[in-house]
Ligand binder design. Structure first.
Ligand SMILES: Nc1ncnc2c1ncn2[C@@H]1O[C@H](COP(=O)(O)OP(=O)(O)OP(=O)(O)O)[C@@H](O)[C@H]1O
Length: 567
């Protein structure tokens, strides 16, 4: 039977309806809290304790927190840093800040003092809400952040003020302000995968811009009109990251559903236990997480009873090995998505509307005009690689609400992001005749070796298919004759690492290198096989779980310089 494909019709038929006034907190919380079932409708489930927070309680606590922030002098437009893991108070804080018209600034609890200092200084946040996971780091940099007036501690954190102590004296009443859809809501710093992070100011309307992708990728939220089908969402993505905030927490609340919060460290074991125990039906699992799950539990159904209905994945290329694992072992064809903090997911798959193609990141979601463009901003023909770009205007000429407002205090960088109405992602891809996009790599990560253009993701994906490999990163190694040669850094799967530790490591390495080279040669073009392979304990990652190839590339350049100097 031919699979349904109504992508073209959806694309033509879709029109944005963005009201002039829109507030994320009202849409995600206020709306649900006003319903008669608000006290029973679960918003958040805490995985550690099993405790739940209803929409009524979320609103009540957010009102109390807004009152506290008002007392602390927080005004419309002020930045409030939220430095907490997946816990009730984190969601409460977002709702509290957003319903005041202030700007929420998510910061990962994994950030060390330098990362916190950079962002707190740059944003001039006036209040920071943090718990014991971040309080010591905040205390260390506090003196260097003169704009930061008050640090509020949640739970055991000892700060200027304790949220719990203040809460006892605060009435849970607050009148939310009205915001324009265009007002800034969230100041979120990019991952820093390719360079110093930039603060992207995201307006309230961006959540509306996100929804076609969320609805499509989840195949479910929104399709039953907020009805009563049982659904539980979970993502290990930190709620301080675009993926965790805009693709997990906020859309789940927008649809009045329950999301599981878990702040234990990710492991494949924990992930499967949580999926089973909480009866998770919908999830966003980034590729690094899926790769680890695939290697640790190649046949998870033997141990875990899963109820998954939809899996979305983004942040890095999913690749066909992970795709096949989701489809065959987790029982769900994954919906890969592609986007950036600045223009959060604009491309992806949608199993019920168009068939996914393994290895492709999908097609533009309805409402987004996405093209592959050349240096001059002209659309590349099918098959010709170029920069993935998103137009400010949809196919009908209406503004696309997904767009960020600009980089914080950096109009030059904002200007450089655009060529005319095209916003460049800096990611290279080709488009096929049917509109599917095939990822090649970030412009900064693609390189030439012996005259051939090398996109690391295809080679990495191929390496990961080998049972001994859990993850891989491909970078150029400077080479006097060929300009560069293909070098792969490889992290061994647990079993292979054990074998290596228990025997002759040098011999093991030599044999595995030869095997892996053959493995790539067999599957890809001969020039793509890694001439050099180095085993590494862990790849350098951003706090959002993305491989920092830049670090490995610099390491190779450094080594080449040192070798040149020594020669
Ligand atoms: N499906 C996907 N396939 C391949 N890459 C993806 C996919 N989804 C997202 N990405 C990558 O993630 C990037 C967006 O990530 P994010 O906005 O967190 O910032 P970053 O680009 O990692 O950070 P920085 O701009 O600081 O380097 C995209 O530009 C792309 O490189």
């Amino acid at each position: 039977m031919a699979m349904r494909d109504d992508w073209a019709a959806l694309h033509r038929g879709f029109g944005w309806q963005v009201p002039a006034g829109f507030n994320i907190a009202q849409a995600c919380c206020g709306r649900w809290a006003a319903r008669p079932d608000a006290a029973q409708r679960v918003a958040i489930v805490d995985h550690g304790s099993g405790a739940t927070l209803s929409y009524a309680a979320l609103q009540r606590e957010a009102h109390a927190m807004s009152r506290l922030l008002s007392k602390l002098g927080v005004q419309r437009g002020d930045r409030v840093a939220i430095v907490m893991p997946q816990r009730f108070e984190t969601a409460i804080a977002y709702m509290a800040v957003l319903q005041m018209g202030a700007v929420a600034m998510p910061l990962s609890m994994l950030f060390g003092p330098d990362a916190l200092e950079y962002r707190l200084q740059d944003s001039e946040a006036v209040v920071a809400l943090c718990d014991e996971s971040s309080i010591a780091n905040i205390a260390q940099v506090r003196a260097q952040c003169p704009a930061l007036r008050t640090v509020v501690g949640v739970g055991a954190a000892s700060a200027d003020l304790s949220w719990e102590a203040q809460r006892e004296q605060l009435a849970p009443e607050f009148v939310p302000v009205e915001t324009a859809a265009d007002d800034g809501a969230v100041l979120i710093y990019t991952s820093g995968t390719t360079g110093p992070p930039k603060g992207a100011l995201i307006p309230h309307r961006a959540l509306i811009g996100n929804l076609p992708g969320f609805v499509c990728s989840q195949n479910w939220f929104g399709f039953d009109g907020g009805g009563e089908s049982r659904a539980v969402f979970w993502s290990p993505a930190d709620w301080a990251w675009t993926g965790g905030l805009m693709d997990a927490l906020l859309p789940t609340l927008y649809f009045g559903r329950a999301i599981v919060g878990c702040n234990a460290r990710f492991s494949p074991e924990l992930a499967f236990q949580l999926l089973e125990q909480r009866g998770v039906t919908h999830t966003f699992l980034f590729p690094t997480a899926l790769k680890a799950m695939m290697k640790a539990f190649p046949q998870p159904h033997e141990r875990f009873a899963l109820q998954l209905q939809a899996i979305m994945s983004a942040g890095e290329a999913v690749g066909d090995a992970v795709f096949a694992y989701c489809r065959d072992q987790l029982g769900v064809v994954p919906n890969e998505m592609f986007g950036q903090t600045e223009i959060n997911y604009v491309v992806g798959n949608c199993a019920i509307h168009w068939p996914a193609r393994a290895g492709s990141m999908g097609r533009p979601y309805p409402g987004h005009r996405v093209a592959v463009i050349d240096d001059e901003g002209r659309e590349c023909p099918a098959g010709v690689p170029g920069d993935v770009a998103v137009n400010r205007f949809d196919v009908h000429g209406d503004p696309d609400p997904i767009f960020f407002l600009g980089y914080w205090k950096n109009p030059g960088a904002t200007r450089r992001k655009y060529t005319g109405d095209w916003c460049r992602t800096g990611d290279l891809a080709t488009r096929d005749a049917d509109g599917y996009l095939w990822y090649q790599g970030r412009a900064d990560d693609v390189f030439k070796a012996a005259g051939y253009r090398i996109g690391p993701s295809e080679i990495e994906n191929c390496l990961v298919k080998h049972p001994a490999v859990v993850n891989a990163a491909v970078v150029p190694k400077p080479d006097p004759d060929r300009g560069a040669l293909v070098k792969a850094y490889v992290v061994l799967a647990p079993q292979a690492a054990q074998q290596r530790a228990g025997g002759d490591a040098a011999r093991f390495d030599a044999e595995l290198v030869a095997q892996l080279q053959l493995h790539v040669k067999d599957k890809l073009a001969p020039y793509e096989y890694p001439k050099e392979i180095e085993f590494i304990e862990a790849l350098p990652m951003t706090t959002t779980g993305k491989v920092q190839r830049r670090v490995l590339r610099l390491r190779e350049e450094e080594r080449a310089r040192a070798a040149g100097g020594a020669a």
